[in-house]
Design a protein around this ligand. Structure first.
Ligand SMILES: Cc1cc2nc3c(=O)[nH]c(=O)nc-3n(C[C@H](O)[C@H](O)[C@H](O)COP(=O)(O)OP(=O)(O)OC[C@H]3O[C@@H](n4cnc5c(N)ncnc54)[C@H](O)[C@@H]3O)c2cc1C
Ligand code: HEM
Length: 362
């Protein structure tokens, strides 16, 4: 009932939250239009999961741990709950009966409790954020930079995972970037960042970040890891900076002795946008188990022409493979369609969430 008015409810919710509890305002970014509806979307997701307690607890636990980096404390939950319920009551109108109000209060209390205890358990084992100094920065042209950071304290993650990053130029604006390397002995991580048009954090990372700057990293996230694969044959498909986690996975295959047969398809619109092809060709020279093919969709070049999904359909078959897809959402969705149409079981296709990772239940 309230979902169609999600935008208005969210604006109202934040307005009363910041008016009644000005002390929480500094936890949120200054301009937060793009993110405003996430809390409400999370609540709607929670309502959807009401009959699936296992997924519900996993989702809320994930959300609670993720909130540590925002500085959220148990004491903040009643304030948020009060304003959220007030906002729902206002927009639900006469449908907001005493029974419904009581049910929502109970549901919010339960969700808050799961989030708080997940955060407390997490606190016992790891920090909320990891400061990391930029130690290397290389421009790859076309608005792409490779940025290497050294966390001040050990940062444990698995190849294929992504990391939320906060820069000194846009405080409180957390954005996700995938590590492009398997864990290294020196503890450094390299990110491939593309400056998107009108983007804040990506633009600062590509055009402003310099050696010595300190970023903040949130905990690693994501299930697109090598352990998710059941099969020896792997198909990796990367579009644009989607190459980052795929590159990390290839390094991981190498670290584990190259026991997989890997087919990598790299895609871009133009040849020049295939920013890391040399690096990948060097990897293919070193590793006999790695085959690379590049596809360019908007330019006539010797080699393969077409979008990645089109090219995938031509090669194959891929139904004996575990598939890892990474890149623009449109590319991932259409590659998934092509692959499933050609017989790859959906559970063997792995990819990252497209937008707000904490809104997914996995
Ligand atoms: C799981 C995950 C992993 C990611 N890994 C990487 C990575 O390895 N490398 C990388 O460069 N990015 C990656 N991203 C995207 C990254 O998190 C940011 O969304 C992106 O850098 C834009 O942030 P911004 O603050 O610069 O833009 P914002 O200030 O948030 O947005 C400004 C404008 O840019 C548009 N915009 C936002 N994102 C994109 C986009 N991706 N393409 C085109 N337009 C966009 C917005 O609609 C808006 O109009 C990943 C995202 C997710 C969810
Ligand atoms: C049931 C309770 C809550 C739910 C369901 C919820 C949900 C969410 C979601 C889904 C996001 C987006 C996360 C992301 O994009 O990575 C978010 C962000 C955030 N939440 Fe919550 N939250 C809850 C309670 C709280 C509380 C109690 C606080 C403390 C005041 C809080 C503070 C924040 C902050 C500061 C952000 C970042 C906002 C931004 O980047 O724009 N949340 N929340």
């Amino acid at each position: 009932m309230v979902e169609p008015r999600a935008g208005e409810i969210t604006v109202y919710f934040y307005a009363i939250l910041f008016a009644r509890y000005p002390q929480v305002r500094q936890m949120f970014p200054q301009g937060m239009d793009a993110q405003r509806d996430r809390l409400l979307r999370a609540l709607l997701r929670i309502v959807d999961l009401a009959d699936d307690p296992e997924s519900l607890v996993r989702f809320c636990g994930h959300l609670g741990r993720d909130h540590r980096k925002f500085g959220t404390l148990a004491a903040h939950f009643p304030a948020v709950g009060e304003c959220l319920l007030a906002a729902l009551a206002r927009y639900a109108g006469p449908a907001w009966t005493l029974d419904i109000a009581a049910a929502w209060a109970k549901a919010y209390g339960t969700v808050a409790q799961v989030m708080i205890s997940a955060a407390e358990q997490d606190e016992a084992v790891r920090p909320a954020v990891w400061p990391a100094t930029v130690v290397h920065r290389v421009s790859r042209g076309h608005g792409i930079a490779e940025i290497t950071v050294r966390p001040h304290i050990t940062y444990e993650y698995a190849a294929g995972q992504y990391v939320s990053v906060e820069t000194p130029w846009w405080p409180k604006r957390w954005r996700y970037y995938s590590a492009a390397n398997a864990p290294r002995e020196d503890g450094t991580l390299t990110f491939h960042v593309r400056a998107v048009a009108g983007g804040s954090v990506s633009d600062a990372l590509v055009h402003r970040a310099a050696v010595g700057d300190v970023l903040q990293l949130g905990p690693p996230m994501g299930d697109m890891v090598l352990d998710a694969a059941d099969h020896r044959k792997l198909l990796f498909v990367a579009g644009g900076t989607g190459l980052a986690p795929i590159r990390a996975l290839i390094e991981e295959v190498a670290h584990r002795g190259g026991r997989h047969q890997v087919d990598l398809f790299l895609g871009a619109r133009t040849g020049a946008e295939l920013y890391a092809v040399d690096d990948m060709l060097r990897m293919a020279q070193r590793h006999h188990w790695l085959t690379i093919r590049a596809a360019v969709s908007h330019e006539h070049l010797p080699g393969i022409r077409g979008s990645l999904p089109e090219v995938l359909a031509e090669y194959g078959p891929w139904y004996e493979h575990d598939v890892f897809l990474s890149g623009p959402a449109r590319m991932v969705v259409s590659a998934m369609e092509t692959l499933t149409l050609n017989g790859t079981p959906p559970h063997r296709i792995h990819h990252d969430p497209f937008e707000t990772p904490v809104l997914s239940t996995s």
